[in-house]
Every structure is written in C-alpha cells, then in structure tokens.
Design a protein around this ligand. Structure first.
Ligand code: MV4
Length: 450
C-alpha cells in the first residue's frame, strides 16, 4: 500500500480523498493555489504545498509544480480526483516516468477512451451495442453520405469532446452541410484535431452509467447504475442510484456490457461506462470516463463500499473481486452550486457568513466550505454535495426535503438549495419521469414560474 498520496485537486473531492487516505493510514499531501490558502483540504492534509496562482493553468493544471510537490514531499502516488488533470494521459505518463503511481488507468487507456470514436470501436468489437453511426469522417462529403445512410436526425460529435461539448443536431438534410462545417471548425478550435463522428439521434434518452472497478488482474467489479438524466446544459443537477427506470434484468445487461468493455481494454482502476437508454429499454454505449466521478457517493450509499478506498487499493496492486455488488435502498445526490437559479444559474460566489449543515440518519454532506469561508471566483461553482439515503425512492425524497430545509447558508453568495427544494415538489420528478430533456423543457419552466 502507498505510504503518502498527493491529491492533485481542490474543493470537496480533495477533502473526500484525504478522508479515505486517513482511514487507510496513508499520509496526505494537499496542493493549493494562492486563492485556496484557506480551503478545507489544505487544513485536513498532513502537508500542504502552494503550487501557484489562482488560474487553473498556474496551479491545478501546472504539471511541473505538482510533480515537484510530490518529489519534495516524497509522495509515492498521486490521486487526480475529477476534472483538472484526471483524464490527461500526458500527466499520467510523467507521473509514471517519475516513479510516482498515477491513481488511474495507464496513459494508453486514457488516450484510447478519450477519443470517443475509438471508444465506440472498442465497444462494438466487445459486442456492446453502440448508437448506429460512423467512425471519424474525413470531410464534409463523407459526413453527408454517412448521415444519409443512417437517416436524419443525426448528431455530429467531436471525437475529443465528450459531455456534450461540440455536439450538433441535424434534423433537416438541407441544413446538414453548413452544420457539419461549423461542427468541424468548432471541434478544431476547441479540442485540436477537429475530428468528428456521426450518430443517429436518439430522442429523449436517459443517461444511465455503470460504476466499475477493475484490478488489472482480470477482475472487474460492478456497483450498479446511476441515473444522471437530470441535466441542464450538460451539467448534472441531481443523480440517483438505482435508476427508477432500470429493473434487475436491464441492470444485469448493462453491467455485463460494462464488464465486456473493461475486459476488452484490460482496464485498471475506477471507471464509469455511460449509456443512453431509450423508451423501449434499448441501450447504447456512448462514452467511458476513466476517473472517479462527482456523483460516486450515491453508489457508495447503496452498495456500502468506499469507492475511493477500492480505487486506491486497485492502484496499489491489490486484488479486488467483488463481482456484481448488491444494492440496498435508494440514494439521491443534490449538487449544491453557488448559483442564482432564478437568473439563469449565474454563478454567485461570495463569503459564507452563516452555515448550518444538515445531518441525521441517512444523510451525508461532502463539502469544503465552512463558516467564514469565501468561495473563490476562479473555479467551478460546486460547493457541496448533499446525499440522502432511504429504503425506497419515496423515503429518500422525503428525507431530501427535510435535509434541504435544514440547510442554512447565508452570506454574499447564492446557492441552489431552494431550487432543489422546488424540484422535489415537482410531480414529474416524483414519478421518476426524467429523460434528458425533462428538466429543461418541462420541470425548470414550472419551477421558475412558481
Ligand atoms: C446523444 C443524444 C442522443 N442521441 N447521442 C450529451 C452528452 C454526451 N455524453 C452525449 N449526449 C447525448 N448524446 C445520441 N446519439 C443525446 C445526448 C444528450 C444528453 C445526454 C445525456 C444527458 C443529457 C443530454 C442532454 C441532451 C443531449
């Protein structure tokens, strides 16, 4: 097992990782930017090193500074968390070259799954259904031919996009050419390379993902699914486990498909396989994330497993052979962002003048904020995750209402707590009728008008 882990991240996920390291008897090194001197992860770690200025490029993306911090402190592994360098194969490569274990898969695997068109090929070869579509299209003419073949509507996706970035919907063949041209230009500008591929557009799908951990020795453990359909502009708002839409049979099929993909690439580490699921319960692989995700706690709540502990154990070379974990009860995660939901979810960071965090049975709060803390303007607006567990979805929702109404946060910032309280009152949400369009087209308008 590792003796000392450097956490190359900030905020709630850095706190989350430090906590598990402490329980495992692993020393921790925090790194922080000058804007994060007073952050909780700095206080909780055994050692803390300032790695640069407030801009992510100067600090949390500053590879030489992070590697130096690991060398100076004698860390034998680096946990990248999510975001920042967590899916950067070059960073993983440098860690390995410096004799520091990157807690995640090998660089080649990150490179492979970072290319969504290549990931599709992996899934296809592994016998996992993918959305009808193409590989990388070389030019506009080929794109038009492919679109014609699969039939409109189609989506043009950037091979190096992911998470909905650089996507274009084409419903009308007459407008296809100009949309493909802009999609290619946009992909070129945003992701370098500019490769795009094409998929049949699935109407009103659900976004359901399978959590897995592979030990790199041939064992792939699965932890059930998460329902992540409630999104706004491709940002998840709330996640659940299990999905209200998934029965045991579908769960088994999704889990087996995820395992086939992990086995096909000799995967090692924590990973998430994302699927679109249509109204008829047909499922299609879309992407694999090669890191721990924001919403992992709902899976922990229904499996009773510490996914960070298992991820670290896998990286340290231990055998992890849990098969398909059984699920108990229902969990919901509310993402608390410092945003004004009444003003188009505009970020409103600021100082926390008063804070009363909820607690009690079936409640978990993952956060780096505290009374007197000022949320810096430089990073994303997630300031806390509230996770509730109940024996049933109804109980989890009732507990969510209690917990959100207990949450007191005052100061110069705004949060999405009141938004979540309204969401829980929404009948469509209560019935579990949540495809990927439900929030933006139906639920949000009714909340904003109430
Ligand atoms: C799709 C799709 C429909 N058909 N692919 C958006 C994020 C990225 N991971 C994939 N996304 C989608 N891909 C096909 N072929 C619809 C979406 C999509 C979506 C997916 C998950 C959650 C919210 C979404 C909102 C709009 C579109």
């Amino acid at each position: 097992m590792f003796k000392k882990v450097l956490i190359a991240n900030r905020g709630e996920i850095a706190v989350r990782i430090i906590r598990t390291c402490k329980e495992l008897g692993i020393k921790t090194v925090a790194v922080y930017s000058t804007a994060d001197r007073d952050s909780l992860h700095v206080y909780l770690a055994d050692e803390a090193i300032c790695i640069g200025g407030p801009q992510p490029q100067e600090s949390y993306l500053n590879i030489p500074a992070i590697i130096s911090a690991a060398e100076v402190t004698g860390a034998d592994a680096i946990h990248p968390g999510y975001g920042f360098l967590s899916e950067n194969p070059g960073f993983a490569e440098i860690c390995n070259a410096c004799g520091i274990k990157f807690i995640g898969p090998i660089p080649q695997t990150m490179l492979l799954m970072g290319d969504k068109a290549k990931a599709r090929e992996v899934a296809k070869k592994a016998g996992v259904p993918v959305v009808p579509g193409s590989g990388i299209v070389k030019n506009v003419q080929e794109a038009l031919k492919v679109a014609e073949r699969i039939g409109y509507p189609v989506l043009v996706k950037a091979a190096h996009g992911g998470g909905g970035r650089g996507m274009r919907l084409i419903e009308d063949p007459d407008r296809a050419e100009s949309l493909i041209v802009t999609a290619m230009a946009e992909a070129e500008a945003a992701f370098g390379g500019g490769e795009v591929y094409i998929e049949k557009f699935i109407r009103n799908p659900r976004h359901i993902e399978i959590q897995l951990i592979a030990d790199g020795k041939g064992n792939v453990s699965t932890f059930g699914e998460r329902e992540c359909s409630l999104q706004r502009r491709h940002q998840k708002v709330l996640e659940e486990a299990p999905s209200p839409f998934v029965d045991e049979e579908l769960r088994n099929r999704l889990s087996e498909a995820a395992v086939r993909i992990a086995e096909a690439i000799n995967y090692e580490g924590a990973g998430t396989v994302e699927f679109l699921v249509d109204e008829e319960k047909n499922f299609y692989f879309i992407e694999m994330n090669t890191r721990i995700q924001v919403e992992h706690p709902v899976t922990e709540a229904v499996t009773g497993k510490d996914l960070i502990a298992l991820q670290i154990a896998a990286a340290a070379g231990e055998v992890i052979d849990l098969g398909q974990c059984s699920l108990q009860g229902h969990a919901v995660e509310f993402r608390i962002n410092c945003e004004d939901y009444r003003k188009d979810f505009r970020p409103v960071p600021g100082r926390v003048e008063k804070l009363l965090l909820p607690g009690g049975f079936g409640v978990r709060v993952d956060t780096h904020i505290y009374e007197g803390y000022t949320v810096p303007v430089y990073y994303d607006s997630l300031i806390a995750k509230l996770i509730v567990w109940g024996e049933t979805r109804e109980e989890a929702i009732r507990r969510g209402k209690r917990v959100l109404s207990e949450f007191v946060i005052e100061g110069t910032l705004k949060t999405t707590v009141p938004f979540h309280l309204k969401l829980l009152e929404n009948e469509q949400f209560q019935r579990g009728e949540i495809d990927t369009r439900a929030l933006e087209t139906k639920i949000l308008p009714s909340i904003i008008n109430s």
